[in-house]
Design a protein around this ligand. Structure first.
Ligand code: NDP
Length: 273
């Protein structure tokens, strides 16, 4: 493990992340664990979560001696959860607060755009509409609603919603996903206004094309990758860790004056939010 930025304000903090078993979320889980945060992971995929936890346990065991700057690593605590199931999401949120105390950082990261979502607007059925909204948007409103009272009681908290640059450069063929990602910006701004008086900050992160394992397999074909390179200023793949580092900054007290903002992490594809 290389040296990395340590945020003292994240040590011992409880971080709840959805969809963190793979991709950008998994990179964030690893980085928060390296900060000495207590990470709670809600994800639909048990095998991916187990693999991630095993990886982090190995990192914890392999920590070199005599590096006092490096916090001790605690592997994440996993709860299997489909974020579209609001009853389960609510009961798990309550259970998490009962068992682990208030949540300091909430990362609304879970999203999916599978084959059924890839249709032109003329072919969107009410079922696709509902599935996409429930997977990509609805849980953000409700998990925030379940968690924010514990932050308000503390008088502090950081909520990070995962958007996408698709709101600026529409993902043609993914109309409902694209719409949800645009809505997340509005929700982020609204929540930042509603919760700011209680010391709770709300920001969003908008990635461009990030070379996660899934994107490499399913989306970043040589042709599409060439299109991305032509659009980006940086002529290389962007890594999940590079997005996760922005998430860490927004979670930490180093961004204490930042709320209602949207951070574009796209290697210079679109230049402004
Ligand atoms: P991945 O697809 O790599 O990982 C998402 C994780 O969420 C997986 O473990 C997945 O499980 C899980 N998940 C999916 N649906 C649900 C659900 N209903 N309930 C709980 N967990 C679920 O995602 P990325 O890292 O690519 O994306 C993370 C965030 O960043 C998302 O909000 C995405 O929209 C956004 N983003 C990503 C970009 C990219 O290029 N990667 C670009 C722009 C935005 P399973 O594997 O079983 O589906």
């Amino acid at each position: 493990m290389a040296e990395y930025t340590v945020y003292p304000s994240l040590r011992g903090k409880t971080v709840l992340i959805t969809g963190g078993a793979e991709g950008i979320g998994a990179a964030a889980v690893e980085l928060f664990c390296q900060q000495g945060s207590k990470v709670i992971l809600f994800d639909i995929s048990e095998p991916s979560a187990t693999a991630l936890i095993d990886r982090i346990k190995k990192q914890a065991e392999g920590l070199p001696e005599g590096q006092s700057w490096r916090p001790a690593i605690t592997p994440p605590i996993f709860y299997q959860c489909d974020v579209t199931d609001l009853d389960r999401l609510k009961s798990l949120a309550e259970q998490t607060i009962d068992e682990h105390g208030p949540i300091h950082v909430l990362i609304n990261n879970a999203a999916a755009a599978g084959a059924k979502s890839r249709v032109p607007s003329t072919e969107v059925t009410p079922q696709v509409w509902e599935m996409d909204i429930n997977t990509n948007l609805r849980h953000i409103m409700f998990l925030t609603q379940y968690i924010v009272p514990s932050m308000q009681k503390l008088g502090s908290g950081s909520i990070i919603n995962m958007g996408s640059i698709t709101w600026r450069i529409p993902a043609v063929g993914l109309p409902v996903y694209t719409m949800c990602k645009a809505a997340i910006m509005g929700l982020t701004r609204t929540h930042s206004k509603e919760f700011g008086k209680d010391g709770v900050r709300v920001n969003s992160v908008m990635p461009g094309a990030i070379a996660t394992e899934r994107q490499r397999k399913e989306v970043l074909t040589p042709e599409y990758r060439a299109e991305v390179m032509a659009a980006q200023s940086l002529q290389r793949d962007l890594l999940p860790e590079e997005v996760a580092r922005v998430i860490l900054f927004l979670a930490s007290d180093d961004s204490s004056a930042v709320t209602g903002s949207s951070y574009v992490v796209d290697g210079g594809w679109v230049s402004d939010p």
